[in-house]
Design a protein around this ligand. Structure first.
Ligand code: GNR
Ligand code: NI
Length: 174
């Protein structure tokens, strides 16, 4: 297992559209294991493969609280459908846009079909935090970030802030 580097804005890879996976094999499971470890190391609740520079339609997630047992989840080739008419705002963050948080409105209930860790098809209804997170991650597969829903001014400020934060991290590391 390995902790991978998480790409941050304005890295152009984050705008790429990810490609469907044709087989859930041991190589893909290795990627999912590494993604999960990377997500845990960064204290995230979800991660899309493109955030570690891999343009495959793969997502990992764990919505368990800090004092709960781990609940790792893996989504390969996920498809969303039947969104609720009701939208709900939520203060989102993103490991690719560190230190920036803002409200995004999304359907509060949505159906998700995907292949699991073993390649078996699954069909679920996502609600609450699961619905927020899976829609945030699905956007990554299309090259979309939560800041793309904000005003241009807020988006530009967000990118500038991340550039600054990343530069100071590089200085600390040097
Ligand atoms: O860790 C994360 N937290 C989060 C909080 C609110 C809405 C979405 C998220 S996903 C984010 C991890 C991430 O960037 N996934 O792509
Ligand atoms: Ni994100």
């Amino acid at each position: 297992m390995a902790v991978l580097e998480i790409r941050t804005v304005p890295d152009p890879v984050l705008k790429e559209v990810s490609q469907p996976v044709d087989q859930v094999d041991d190589d893909l499971r290795q990627l999912m294991d590494d993604m999960l470890q990377t997500m845990y190391a960064a204290d995230g609740i979800g991660l899309a493969a493109i955030q570690v520079g891999v343009a495959k339609r793969v997502i990992v997630m764990d919505l368990a609280g800090p004092d709960e047992e781990a609940q790792p989840r893996y989504f390969v080739n996920p498809v969303l459908s039947d969104p609720s008419d009701t939208l709900k705002p939520y203060e989102e963050g993103c490991l690719s846009v560190p230190t920036v948080y803002d409200e995004v409105e999304r359907p509060d209930r949505i159906r998700i079909r995907y292949l699991d860790y073993d390649g078996n098809p699954q069909d679920e209804i996502a609600e609450g935090m699961f619905a927020v997170c899976i829609q945030h991650e699905m956007d990554h597969l299309e090259g979309v970030l939560f800041i793309d829903y904000l005003s241009r001014l807020k988006r530009q400020r967000a990118v500038q802030k991340v550039k600054k934060v990343e530069k100071s991290k590089d200085r600390d590391a040097a």
